[in-house]
Design a binder for this molecule. Sequence first.
Ligand SMILES: C[S@@+](CC[C@H](N)C(=O)[O-])C[C@H]1O[C@@H](n2cnc3c(N)ncnc32)[C@H](O)[C@@H]1O
Length: 246
Amino acid sequence: MADEIFTSPRLAVLYDALDPDRDDLDAYLDMVGEFGARSVLDVGCGTGTLACLLADRGLEVVGVDPAGASLAVARGKPGAERVRWIHGTAESLPVLSVELAVMTANVAQVFLTDEDFVSTLRAIRRALAPHGLLVFEVRDPSRRAWLGWNREETFSSTSIDGVGDVEAWCDLLDVQGELVSFRWTHHFTGRGESATSDSTLRFRSRESVAACVGTAGFALQEVRGAPDRPGREMVFIVSAGTGRVP
Ligand SMILES: C[S@@+](CC[C@H](N)C(=O)[O-])C[C@H]1O[C@@H](n2cnc3c(N)ncnc32)[C@H](O)[C@@H]1O
């Protein structure tokens, strides 16, 4: 189940306005060209920014996400009719044979147990063509990004068309080993209302990610950095290979 921040209609409509700088997607657009992919599966596509950009370039695109409210935002975007949107998780995908699958914006960190992560990776592998690639990013745990997840460092006040002024900030709730819990608060100043959404992400080590990737039957090809966040992210490029999905 996705977090409230993605499933609540009144929070999902804020996502793009509160995080308008999507330089992070440039590297994925570049990799589509680098790998010569003509079909892309965007797992955890959220409000569909990347999926729409890819479809606009003439690619065949499938976007899947369990958060219906985020998908509703995606479906309302110009050109969204060129994307095949699927409401669900990777496990619920129909038969596909895409050349590239992606998980952007640290979607891979939402899987808290190895069982869930491996199950998702296996489902993605089933959706890929025999030599298809999966690219996904996770935050480098050694950078301890959560140390900046406090009101002082995350506060923003944004005027959003049709919504009004929204103040947003993040508070760290708990750190238990690799599991980091935090709360986003959104205050709708015009209405005098607030909404909170709690999340937990797993900060896996490179070795732990690589082990899950291997268990799911992928071959690790490369781990590179994210150009827009140097030294902070690990971008995994893994190949479905030709073997049987375990
Ligand atoms: C930080 S958002 C990223 C959205 C999008 N990839 C982007 O770049 O803007 C994380 C997304 O992961 C989705 N998500 C949560 N649980 C998931 C699951 N089990 N399978 C696939 N996506 C999931 C959420 O609904 C949300 O849309």
